[in-house]
Design a protein around this ligand. Structure first.
Ligand code: F6P
Length: 554
């Protein structure tokens, strides 16, 4: 199987050079004017796919921009890269692995060979295992050490073994089955463990130790703490198997921890952590919403996979979003991208997309190891609306940075309260409208004069009221959040991130950058507890170690 290689330098491609010239020509492009000039701009720059509606008309683009961006995608052979990913080529070259999270949502009967072995039967075997466990828990057949049914499931995991499952199980709370509550324990911070364990009873709690590697410090420490707590509450070593199961590709380590082999749900090295919610890492999701809904989630993601593979690029949702991101990041110097869900249940999507995007595309060398000469992944940040409007949106409207934003909003609320949802939706639309329209100096002055303000005061105040406008955003509308549409939405962002990695020629599936901190952490820890008296590599760290040692008690 060949290593998939992307072009060495995207900036040398004809489309890139044409885009550079086009960007110069777009210097004075005004979205307001573009809407006035083309009454069908909304129709020309919006599309539906897989239950999602994307309006990308509020962007600094015209038809030529889109054509050139699509040309760029063609020049890097994006289609070839998409085929390579779905076929299981070794896209993750630095780790010598394919990236096959898409296999996890393929239907029964599909074939996919990895190293000459069809992996699909195993994928569906694990889904059946999950179904069996979920049924036993929901039917009260899985019992704790006092023979009581399980009421609480705690997922112990961090990063991809936490953020995806947390996003989906919370986003789909309206679909939650009665009887089982899901909790997440991620950080090594003892306060998190303390607060959570205070709410639980060991006899009715099941812990899922969720770690692909089964070597992640935070997860192992929390698993040990949970085990100690379970024993202190009256559980025994002999009954441990009723309360601890695992999801991991490291069987030996999970068995050594005390988990029975039949209670270890496998993971494969061809599924990256941040792409793993579709695997057994999604167990807490399935526990929460039930297996039928979990399968709906998978099938929503599958429909997005189909769309991604088959839609022409100019009508391909993840491709368009990726191209817009490259347009702003590389041609307009945007450094960050805001994710603004206007939905309480989707409030965790920003955190998930932060890991998905920043761990995937926070890279400085290309697949072949040569340094990139352009910016790669942006800073992903944001949070739920309307809350953000009363906090950081000020900077979006009047700050000096251009920050493209994705607004995500459902048409139908699960919990209508008076006219709250109409107001929520209106606020979402008016924010993107305000970003685009802005308020000119003359409009600001006229507004103040109309209020009867003296001309001297008008001149003083007007500059503060000017809002530059012309700031880009996408609006993603979901009719109503459902497992299927959420699956499509999350898969869409996965593909967006992949497309950008192909354009930049980087590997979206490794994460070597997180390793150094982990390695240094061991040395710092040893110095903190006095196991290593050697001076730290730098005076700042040593000074802080001394500060801690001088004051820490207990
Ligand atoms: O440290 C980063 C990371 O490796 C992520 O990529 C991953 O999602 C997370 O840690 C958890 O890893 P594991 O599932 O192996 O515990």
């Amino acid at each position: 199987m060949a290593y998939y290689r992307t072009p060495h330098d995207v900036t040398t491609l004809p489309a890139w050079q044409a885009l550079t010239q086009h960007r110069a020509a777009m210097k004075d492009f005004s979205m307001r004017d573009a809407f006035n000039a083309d009454p069908e701009r909304f129709e020309h720059f919006s599309l539906s796919a897989c239950g999602l509606f994307l309006d990308y008309s509020k962007n600094l683009i015209d038809a030529q921009t889109r054509d050139l961006l699509v040309q760029l995608a063609n020049e890097v052979d994006l289609q070839g890269a998409i085929k390579a990913m779905f076929a299981g080529e070794l896209l993750n070259a630095s780790e010598g692995r394919p990236a096959l999270h898409t296999a996890l949502r393929r239907p029964v009967g599909d074939k996919l060979n990895v190293n000459g072995v069809n992996v699909m039967p195993d994928v569906h075997k694990v889904l059946n295992q999950i179904t069996e466990l979920v049924t036993r828990i929901h039917d009260g057949l899985w019992r704790g050490y006092t023979e009581k049914p399980i009421t609480d499931v705690v997922n112990i995991g961090i990063g991809g073994s936490f953020l995806g499952p947390e996003l989906v199980s919370e986003a789909l709370l309206p679909y939650a089955q009665k009887g089982v509550r899901c909790h997440y324990l991620a950080n090594i911070d003892g306060s998190e463990f303390h607060e959570l364990s205070a709410k639980l009873r060991a006899e009715t709690t099941l812990f899922i130790v969720s770690s692909k590697s089964f070597s992640t410090l935070e997860t192992l420490k929390n698993a040990q703490a949970a085990r100690g707590w379970y024993l202190a509450q009256g559980g025994s070593e002999a009954e441990l198997y009723r309360h601890f199961i695992a999801v991991s590709s490291n069987n030996a380590a999970a068995v050594e921890f005390g988990i029975r082999e039949e209670n270890i749900f496998p993971m494969w090295d061809w599924v990256g952590g941040r792409y793993s919610l579709w695997s057994a890492i999604g167990l807490p999701i399935a526990m929460s919403i039930g297996m039928a809904n979990f399968k709906e989630l998978l099938s929503g993601a599958y429909t997005m996979d189909q769309h991604f593979q088959s839609a022409p690029f100019e009508q391909n949702m993840p491709v368009l979003l990726a191209l817009l991101g490259v347009w702003y990041g590389n041609f307009w110097d945007a450094k960050s991208h805001a994710i603004l869900p206007y939905d309480h249940y989707l409030r965790n999507i920003t955190k998930h997309l932060q890991q998905l995007d920043m761990e995937s595309n926070g890279k400085s060398v290309r697949q072949d190891g040569t340094p990139v000469n352009i910016d790669t992944g942006p800073v992903i940040w944001g949070g739920v609306g309307c809350n953000g409007q009363h906090a950081y949106h000020q900077l979006l409207h009047q700050g000096t940075h251009m920050i493209p934003a994705d607004f995500i909003v459902p048409v139908v609320s699960f919990n209508p309260v008076a006219d709250h949802h109409q107001w929520l939706f209106a606020n979402c639309l008016s924010q993107s409208q305000a970003l685009m329209l802005g308020k000119s100096r003359s409009e600001s002055e006229a507004e103040l004069r109309e209020r009867g303000m003296a001309e001297e005061d008008v001149q003083k105040l007007a500059p503060h009221k000017v809002i530059p406008g012309n700031r880009p955003s996408n609006t993603l509308v979901v009719e109503r959040i459902s497992p299927r549409r959420l699956g499509a939405l999350v898969a869409m962002y996965e593909h967006k991130v992949f497309v950008q990695s192909v354009l930049w020629g980087i590997n979206a599936f490794d994460q070597w950058g997180v390793e150094l901190g982990k390695e240094l952490g061991k040395g710092v820890y040893q110095r903190l507890i006095g196991e290593n008296e050697a001076v730290a590599e730098d005076a700042s760290t040593q000074g802080l170690i001394n500060y801690f040692r001088g004051r820490h008690r207990g």
